[in-house]
Ligand binder design. Structure first.
Ligand SMILES: Nc1ncnc2c1ncn2[C@@H]1O[C@H](COP(=O)(O)OP(=O)(O)OP(=O)(O)O)[C@@H](O)[C@H]1O
Length: 255
């Protein structure tokens, strides 16, 4: 199997704060992996480094064998990497459908003239975008909410909408940043099923940051654990749950 994502010695300093240091790990094609660690461990920074939101201070990021370290965010998206955000980034007053269609349009743009005049590629692309967006809403269980303003959806459904938006970019690698944040146990269980279903149906590689350990342990055969910016353990759920460094990171120093 080929490595889809490969981080080699990746580091990031913000002034005097070394947020990430010497992170090396890789994901094979089709993996569903978890990235865990206590608050402030550097998990979201890893996503921001992969997606070009932050410049990498040290090391390299490769995607499907290509060095994407210097790429800007829009270039990384075009390569086939999409993400969701810990703090939702929806357009709250736009409809659920428009939120997905806007992301689709960014990926398959038509010119300004075509958009103003509704000529050229506009009509066919708009129709295809609408159909594709509705299919994605169906897939995440939001088709019946398509016309509702995104900001009026319950929190758990807004997180599902973010996933639909990321999928509309037709990624090969999907990065999910705390998709279960703010969800109740029943919603977390439904999210488990959704992530597993998406992983299977879209043949994606997925890396998920999550504080809900039961979610990560239930769905991720490969888990990367970090603390204070560095990798402290990597392996399957059983290895991670019993790893002394992981226990120390989560439970503190007491014996
Ligand atoms: N833009 C920034 N400027 C300065 N420091 C930053 C910046 N982004 C992150 N940091 C610092 O980097 C460290 C890692 O933060 P990060 O958000 O990546 O952690 P995290 O593991 O995602 O935490 P959480 O689980 O609480 O979301 C923290 O000390 C944070 O304060």
């Amino acid at each position: 199997m080929a490595a889809v994502l490969e981080l080699t010695g990746v580091g990031k300093a913000f002034g005097g704060v070394q947020a990430v240091r010497d992170m090396t790990f890789s994901l094979q094609e089709g993996e569903l992996a978890g990235l865990i660690g206590p608050n402030g461990a550097g998990k979201t920074t890893i996503f921001n480094l992969i997606t070009g939101v932050y410049d990498v201070s040290d090391g390299k990021v490769h995607f499907k064998g290509e060095d994407i370290t210097p790429l800007k965010t829009y270039e990384v998206i075009r390569k086939g990497i999409a993400r969701t955000f810990q703090n939702l980034r929806l357009f709250p007053t736009s409809s659920v459908l428009d939120n997905v269609m806007t992301a689709c349009q960014q990926h398959h743009p038509y010119g300004f003239f075509e958009a103003c005049t509704h000529l050229g590629r506009w009509g066919s692309r708009e129709k295809a975008n609408r159909t594709h967006s509705m299919e994605l809403l169906e897939r995440v269980g939001l088709a019946d909410r398509a016309e509702q303003a995104a900001g009026t959806l319950p929190y758990g459904l807004q997180r599902r909408l973010e996933i639909a938006r990321a999928l509309s970019l037709q990624p090969e690698l999907l990065l999910l940043d705390e998709p279960a944040a703010g969800m109740n146990p029943e919603e977390v269980e439904q999210l488990n099923d959704l992530i597993l279903g998406i992983h299977r149906d879209f043949k994606l590689t997925i890396l998920v940051i999550e504080h809900h350990m039961e979610l990560v342990m239930a769905i991720c055969p490969h888990i990367v654990c970090m603390n204070f910016g560095a990798l402290i353990a990597e392996g399957g759920p059983e290895d991670i749950q019993s790893h002394p460094e992981v226990l120390k990171a989560y439970l503190g120093e007491e014996d």
